[in-house]
Every structure is written in C-alpha cells, then in structure tokens.
Design a protein around this ligand. Structure first.
Ligand code: SF4
Length: 246
C-alpha cells in the first residue's frame, strides 16, 4: 500500500537543540519553514546561543561582506564555548577572512568561463553542472561559489531554466547532470519536480545528481511528501557533503 503523503519529517526524532530554544514546541522545531524563518544572522541573535569571539564579532558586523544565515538546528550543534568547534568553523566568519591575499580569486574553479548558458557549467564532455538557485539553508565559509551564492539579486528565472534544459537536450554527449546552486533542496518542490521531470525525459541523460547540504543544515526539510516527490525520479544520487560526525 502506498504511504500517505505528509508534510511531516521522515524521522520522528526531535533533533538536538540549544537551551535557548527549549520552550519552542516540537511541532515548530520540526517544521522546516519555522527553522528557515528563524535563522540567525546578526551578532545580537548569535550571542543568545554562542559566546562569540572578538574576531567573529568583527566579521559579523562588517556590512554586506558575508552572507550569514544559520538554522537554529545547526546552531545547536555548535559548542558555544569553543572557538575551534569544527561545526562553528564551517559557518561563522572571522576577521581573517577580511584580509585580502595575493592569490584570492572570485571564481576559483573558472566556472563562468565554461558556462554556455547562464547557470550551466559544461567543463567535462559528458557532464554538466546545473545551478538552479543561489539560496541555501545555511551558508558555508568555504563556498567556492560565494560570488553569487546567498545574493538574493542573483536568481535564476524560468526562461533561464528553459535555456539550461534546452542546452542539455541539444547536447547528446551529456549523460550526467549535477543539480547544484545554492542548494536545490530549498527550491519550491513544484519547481524542483518540474526540472527533474524534464531532465528524466531526455533519453541521453543517464545520471541525475543533487548536491545538497539541506539534510545536514535542515533535516526537517526531508518530509515524506518531499521524499515521495524525489522518488518518482529514482535512481537519483544525492551528494550530501558532511564535514564532521557531530
Ligand atoms: S551549501 Fe553548498 S552552495 Fe551553499 S554555501 Fe555551502 S558550499 Fe556553498
């Protein structure tokens, strides 16, 4: 019998949470929309749960330099008193990042040079990288695409998705499509569904991969309903990118 489609996260576990959120009802804590709308990005908000260092405070106060947004769930995994906590180092900037260095590059992987249409990178003959959003659940310090990721003015339009898909349709050597961004799992499900359906309809596309950190930053997003939508396109490969056992 088919499982009912629900918006409930697949696991019933109430994930780790910092004391600051102890009184938030489980129902809200486990709601990915609540997590997204309560992300932390200012010194004042972060100080409620983490003892910030001077260096972090300085970087967080620099206007328009770093995109910082941290889900309450992921912030709860940080050791509030350890400046070297490996979870914290992934997402909190320090003032060291404000110092320019000789070999710094905006586009260190030279993706823009290999982009035949906006948002599509075709560097290797049989595979393409399809950027479907510039938004993520939480932003990483080491992002190689930070020139566009997190910038709300850099979004992809429906006509750009069409141009990306048409390019793949007209390029038969492409057998592997990696959806990335930003994080494709923050896209509206209907839009992701549409993109996956169109890619699945292309006979020469054998492999579809999704590069996502949502299962790490926002596991509540993986609801039964969302998993059911993805499962229509099985086999899909999900590259999750976990940096630390915490
Ligand atoms: S989740 Fe990926 S795209 Fe988003 S900030 Fe982190 S590395 Fe960059």
């Amino acid at each position: 019998m088919a499982k009912p489609r629900t918006a409930t996260p697949i696991t019933e576990t109430v994930y780790t949470r910092a004391r600051y959120w102890q009184d938030v009802p489980d129902e809200k804590w486990m709601d990915w929309r609540w997590q997204m709308s309560h992300r932390l990005n200012s010194v004042a908000e972060l100080e409620k749960v983490i003892n910030l260092t001077e260096s972090e405070r300085k970087a967080l106060s620099a206007k328009g330099l770093f995109r910082v947004d941290i889900t309450p769930y992921f912030a709860s995994l940080i050791d509030p008193d350890d400046p070297n906590c490996p979870v914290r180092k992934q997402i909190l900037p320090t003032d060291k990042e404000m110092v320019p260095f000789e070999s710094m590059m905006e586009d260190s992987l030279a993706e823009d040079k290999h982009s035949p249409v906006p948002g599509l990178v075709h560097r290797y003959p049989d595979r393409v990288l399809m950027l479907v959003t510039t938004q993520c659940a939480t932003y990483c310090r080491y992002c190689t695409r930070s020139r566009i990721v997190g910038d709300p003015t850099q979004t992809f339009s429906r006509s750009e998705f069409d141009a990306q898909i048409e390019y793949i349709e007209n390029t038969p050597q492409v057998r592997d499509v990696l959806l990335s961004g930003g994080d494709p799992m923050v896209l509206a499900p209907k839009l992701l569904d549409m993109i996956l359906a169109r890619l699945r309809d292309i006979p020469h596309v054998e492999i579809i991969r999704i590069g996502a950190r949502v299962p790490v930053f926002l596991p509540m997003r993986v609801t039964q309903e969302f998993a059911d939508m993805l499962s229509k396109y099985h086999p899909l490969w999900l590259n999750i990118h976990v940096n630390h056992p915490k």
